[in-house]
Design a protein around this ligand. Structure first.
Ligand code: PLP
Length: 397
């Protein structure tokens, strides 16, 4: 009785109803392809919200996890392990930062960045005790902890979960002047996404990132880029901030940092900022564990060796142009960078995602009206062509 329906029923019986997934039960993945329990094959165009830039079950990462799984998997940070240093060196070398602090989920890394920024503010910028303020953007998505949803503008993310952490100020996205106006003497940082992924693939105007960097430097506050979704090649560069040669003071990474094998996240910054942390200030039982570290080394090797940012740039530019050529009365806008592409419809997107699924494409709506196309970056042009033919069919109504 291996039917999609039976597994959905089982899952619904025992799980919290905090998601509304498409009714497909996946059991196998390889590269850009996944299979459901009934043997149907699909092209994965979501990549677990960009955690699978390297594709499903990449053999190089699989080898690393198998090898490490029988050696040592967890030491806690009470002791050193022989993988974490190698992982952080690789991460710092690839990204050009002096220090990295490993965590697990993306939200945890965001929390880490918030803590480091606040402590930096008290110790280095000398802001008033317990009055540090961080500026964030409307329509942001940074995760689901109570602190983070507290500064979300999405009412469903907040409703029923208060009370919230104070010390955040919200400004409109893509408005550098709003940033300049919002800065006060206790402001310590500006936290932003270089492209708002969950917010509907919102790409800010050219020059926005650079101007934000200029303002932050002028007022002596930290520029913190959440590149959990946009980074590690997804948007066609190693980081989306690279488009404007912006070097944030803190970069937050996660998702593809482990190539879909394991929750691994980190913050990156230079020693002048990371040095505010002292033993006991912050921690995580699993952060930097040897299994995660070995996996992430391999995941980073794949990104570099297979030139995934360059692939995403080349194929994404081509694919987005093809999508823009589709003459459909229900398409409002096609936007994005690299292989992070949003097609905004004039109608609710869920129904179209369900139709795509029937034709063998898994994509998910975000913000009701937007279909996000974000396949693994290892995708081939002919696979994108295959997808395009089906997308055209679904959108030509
Ligand atoms: C997914 C995401 C997060 C949260 O990551 P989790 O691993 O789900 O906690 C934070 N910021 C951005 C931009 C994301 O896309």
């Amino acid at each position: 009785m291996r039917t999609n329906k039976s597994y959905v029923k089982l899952t619904e019986k025992f799980s919290a109803r905090n998601y509304h997934p498409l009714p497909v039960v996946l059991t196998k993945g390889k590269g850009v392809w996944v299979w459901d329990v009934e043997g149907n094959k699909y092209l994965d165009m979501l990549s677990a919200y960009s955690a699978l830039n390297q594709g499903h079950c990449h053999p190089h990462i699989a080898k690393a996890i198998k090898n490490q799984a029988t050696k040592i998997t967890l030491t806690s940070r009470a002791f050193h392990n022989d993988q974490m240093g190698l992982f952080l060196k690789k991460l710092c070398t690839v990204t050009g930062y002096e220090k990295a602090l490993p965590m697990n989920s993306g939200a945890e890394a965001v929390e880490t960045a918030i803590k480091v920024a606040r402590k930096w503010g008290y110790r280095k910028k000398k802001v008033t005790k317990n009055r540090a303020e961080i500026i964030v953007c409307e329509n942001n998505f940074h995760g689901r902890t109570t602190t983070i949803v507290g500064f979300s503008s999405e009412s469903q993310y907040r409703d029923g979960f208060g009370s919230f952490t104070p010390g955040f100020k919200m400004i409109p996205y893509n408005k550098p002047r709003a940033l300049a106006r919002a800065i006060r003497k206790n402001t310590v940082a500006f936290l932003f996404e270089p492209i708002q992924g969950e917010g509907g693939v919102i790409v800010p105007d050219k020059g926005y990132l650079k101007e934000c960097q200029r303002i932050c430097r002028k007022y002596g506050i930290l520029l913190i880029a959440d590149e959990i979704q946009t980074g590690l090649g997804r948007a066609g560069k190693l980081f989306a901030c690279d488009y404007e040669k912006v070097r944030p003071d803190i970069v937050i990474v996660g998702k593809a940092l482990s190539g879909g094998y394991y929750p691994v996240s980190a913050i990156l910054c230079d020693n002048r900022i990371m040095s505010v942390l002292h033993p006991g200030d912050h921690g995580s039982t699993f952060g930097g564990n040897p299994l995660a570290s070995a996996i992430s080394i391999a995941a980073l090797q794949v990104i570099v060796k297979e030139r995934l940012p360059q692939r995403a740039y080349r194929l994404g530019t081509w694919f987005m142009n093809e999508l823009r050529k589709i003459d459909s009365p229900i398409i409002k806008e096609v936007r994005g960078k690299g292989l992070l592409i949003g097609v905004e419809l004039k109608k609710k997107a869920r129904k179209y995602c369900e139709r795509l699924m029937k034709l063998g494409i898994l994509a998910k709506e975000t913000h009701e009206m937007v279909v996000r196309f974000a396949p693994p970056l290892v995708i081939k042009k002919k696979e994108l062509q295959w997808a395009l033919a089906r997308i055209k069919k679904v959108l030509h109504v």
